[in-house]
Write a new protein. Structure first.
Length: 243
């Protein structure tokens, strides 16, 4: 009897050691884990969350669950939000079969208007993914113009400022700092369409902005992320979309 108990303990310790080693490998190599194109058994609960109507500038904190619906232990290796204004942090990243954890979500609504949809993508140690969607409606804040904050500050800068660095083509610059507001191919989104403008008008708008915090001056000379060559490349690419 003692022999079988000893053997069982040895086998359990070997399995735990193997599991720990595999998790350590995943942690060290999570940056290299690629999307497999398959759905993860780590799922959000709920998968869609409709939030209350908020005033622009409000900060919203919500919680959802991440559940392991599989039969083995799995690890969350990446959590990516569609915008830098949304931060996510789970209580734990390793989930046993049938287990769950709480995901804390903080959203900064500064610079947003109207109906807003955000996504959170989870990637597990096998490269499998699942997605949660957050929906909210942001009302205009008449006092927002009185502040000194712009889209280039804080968490907003991770989307509207930092990605412009090193971009040279108009298409790349647009994808880096414009598409999240003006939509695919500049057709409009939270912000208006950029089609059917003269080149000089576009260059002026990008350089100097519109005088609002929603569209600040993008020129480096005025505190923005773009140099003159980038502004010219971006303007000409947008103009080419009208052809």
């Amino acid at each position: 009897m003692n022999y079988f108990l000893t053997l069982l303990c040895v086998l359990m310790s070997m399995n735990m050691e193997a599991w720990a080693n595999s998790m350590a490998y995943v942690i060290q190599n999570q940056a290299s884990i690629q999307n497999s194109g398959k759905k993860s058994v780590l799922v959000f609960d709920p998968k869609r969350l409709d939030l209350r109507e908020v005033m622009e500038g409000d900060k919203i904190s919500v919680k959802v669950l991440i559940r392991n619906t599989g039969k083995q232990t799995h690890q969350v290796v990446r959590l990516e939000s569609s915008c830098g204004c949304t931060s996510v942090e789970p209580d734990t990243r390793v989930l046993a079969a049938g287990g769950f954890t709480v995901l804390h979500i903080d959203i900064d609504s500064f610079g947003k208007r109207g109906d807003v949809k955000k996504s959170i993508v989870l990637t597990d140690e096998q490269g499998n993914q699942s997605t949660a969607w957050l929906h909210l409606h942001v009302k205009k804040n008449p006092h927002a113009m009185n502040g000194k904050r712009s889209l280039f500050d804080g968490s907003c800068g991770r989307c509207h400022f930092d990605p412009a660095k090193g971009k040279e083509t108009g298409r790349a610059i647009y994808a880096a700092v414009c598409v999240m507001c003006h939509g695919q191919n500049a057709k409009g989104g939270y912000a208006p369409s950029l089609h059917h403008h003269d080149l000089s008008v576009l260059q002026h708008l990008i350089t100097h902005g519109t005088g609002t915090h929603h569209m600040p001056a993008f020129s480096q000379k005025q505190g923005g992320p773009l140099n003159t060559m980038q502004i010219n490349a971006l303007s000409r690419w947008i103009i080419s979309l009208d052809d």
